[in-house]
Design a binder for this molecule. Structure first.
Ligand code: FAD
Length: 506
């Protein structure tokens, strides 16, 4: 047994770390390949939150008010079956009815928890079909190390001391919680009134029972929180503070597609040039009775190439000056979600502020937090808010040096990975190969999803991730056969010997 023999190491062709959309779908694709005998013979899918298998952070929400920000008809998990989710919904009327949804069509923004159910079903089916070759292991991966100095396999260590041997590792880590605001006086970080975990149920409970609260950030996470607390907070006002005061824009139904005006290979080389082109197209679209959203949507096939065509200083300029404009127009929300926000605002239950925080400090013996900020365009006129709680919804921390995540810290310490030049994620080569401290692309460690933000910019939503999951699995299939098949099913003996209960079966 594993625990009786500390040196025992179950061995897998592929260990996928993280079982959100990216990791789970990569596993599902690999299982589909098993049948043809081309795929790696054994795969372990490791996830630190048991309830997250298949669902990840976004689709594991227990709040039915949290809606997808893409309509159901476009959320299929496979690039060649975009209506796959819609078909699943039609086949599972009880799941939709349980949430009071009696009519769903391609344009409906359904609760994210339903999407989580769909993904968990896909993973469940794949696990069953795999005949034991795909194993879902509950546990946190905290370290990865080469087993020898000749570029041989890797050893993945879990927080409870278990070790897995892996020919290849796929990091499907998703995004990380927001980083703490970096203010001169950082003592508020330790205050129980500063909440840094926007998705936890404890955060929601505390905010629901509080008086006035301040949400830092007006993006999708801030909206999520407003939705979750709407109607559940008898007292107090929500304040939302963000640099630009821009919330995600609402989707609009029935958009007529705008013809692509960009051409691959001939994309603008600066953010400003791109903005000029977009503005001209938006003016044209409006004149023709169209909508700016269709113009923005027409950019999607080109955004990764555009980003890669920018020089490093240009990328940095884009992040400084255009990101705040890009995000809310590009990553829109369901109109129903914004209607709730608007209603809260018109009822006086929500007050939105634009500005830059200067200080957050406990006052009255720790009974309130005082927040001082400089409103945008207000000269030196500072404003002060006194609230029961401040909750950080400023968006995921991308600077991996600041994460405090044990796995990432160990990868850096071992020189197996490094951050990308703009500190948006990991430095990766083409196809997601993780670069080591010297910039050499690994043959054994790959990543998918958010860690690739520095290279791809757009790499966090299902439309990008479903393609990456398929392609990542496809590349593993195409590895040299001796890498995988010569050892038959190397994982199977090890799997059989796993202590019951260590392998988490969905
Ligand atoms: C609140 C929210 C709403 C969203 N809504 C939409 C939407 O409507 N439509 C859309 O297209 N996109 C949406 N997105 C984007 C979303 O990020 C992607 O759609 C997708 O869920 C990302 O999947 P992922 O697997 O890359 O990351 P995640 O879902 O974050 O999964 C990563 C998983 O890795 C696990 N993990 C991390 N480190 C370790 C470790 N060391 N060991 C073990 N496990 C580990 C985590 O626990 C997590 O479960 C939303 C994102 C958020 C945060």
């Amino acid at each position: 047994m594993e625990n009786d023999h500390p040196t025992f190491e179950p061995s897998y062709d592929v260990v996928i770390i993280g079982a959100g959309f990216s990791g789970s779908l990569t596993a599902v694709h690999l299982v589909a390949e098993f049948a043809e005998g081309k795929a790696p013979a054994s795969v372990a899918l490791v996830e630190k939150e048991i309830s997250a298998f298949g669902r990840g952070v976004a689709y594991g929400t227990p709040c039915p008010q949290h809606l997808l920000n893409v309509p159901a008809g476009k959320m299929g998990a496979f690039p060649d079956r975009l209506d796959g989710f819609l078909r699943w919904l039609e086949a599972h009327p009880a799941a939709t009815a349980a949430l009071g949804l009696h009519k769903v069509d391609a344009g409906t923004f359904v609760p994210r928890m339903l999407y989580g159910k769909y993904l968990a079903c896909l993973l469940d089916e794949a696990t069953t079909r795999s005949d034991g070759r795909l194993r879902c292991l509950a546990g946190e991966a905290v370290d990865i190390a080469p087993v020898d100095t000749h570029g041989g396999p890797l050893q993945v260590e879990l927080a409870d001391g278990r070790r897995l041997r892996a020919e290849r590792v796929i990091l499907a880590l998703g995004t990380f919680p927001p980083g703490d605001p970096r203010l001169r006086d950082a003592r508020f970080h330790r205050s129980p009134r500063y909440l840094y975990s926007p998705w936890s149920s404890e955060t929601r409970e505390r905010l629901a029972a509080a008086g006035d609260v301040l949400i830092l950030g007006s993006g999708l996470t801030g909206l999520d929180l407003l939705l979750a607390l709407n109607g559940r907070k008898p007292a107090g006002v929500f304040h939302v503070l963000s640099r630009h005061g821009l919330f995600p824009q609402p989707h609009r139904a029935g958009l007529v597609a705008w013809p692509a005006f960009l051409r691959a290979g001939e994309l603008p080389k600066t953010g400003r040039a791109m903005l000029r082109l977009i503005r001209a197209q938006v003016a044209e679209a409006k004149a023709a009775g169209g909508d700016w959203r269709a113009v923005v949507d027409s950019l999607r096939p080109f955004t990764q190439e555009f980003w890669q065509g920018l020089s490093l200083p240009e990328r940095s300029r884009f992040l400084r000056h255009l990101r705040a404009l890009w995000e809310p127009h590009r990553h829109r929300a369901a109109p129903e979600v914004l209607a709730v926000k608007d209603e809260l605002e018109s009822d006086g239950k929500l007050v939105c502020h634009r500005g830059r925080i200067e200080r957050i400090a406990e006052m009255d013996g720790g009974r309130v937090l005082e927040v001082v900020f400089l409103p945008r365009g207000a000269g030196e006129q500072r404003k002060t808010l006194r609230v029961d709680y401040v909750v950080n919804c400023t968006g995921p921390e991308c600077n991996y040096h600041r994460l405090g995540d044990p796995l990432v810290a160990n990868l850096f310490a071992r020189g197996l990975a490094r951050p990308d030049a703009l500190m948006l994620g990991l430095d990766v080569a083409a196809e997601g190969a993780v670069r080591d401290v010297h910039g050499v692309a690994s043959r054994r460690i790959f990543t998918i999803g958010s860690p690739q933000k520095g290279r791809l910019m757009e790499t966090t939503a299902v439309p990008e991730l479903r393609v990456q999951a398929r392609d990542t699995a496809g590349r593993l299939r195409c590895q040299e056969p001796e890498d995988f098949s010569a050892r038959g099913q190397p994982g199977s003996a090890a799997i059989a010997a796993l202590k019951p209960g260590l392998a988490f079966e969905i």
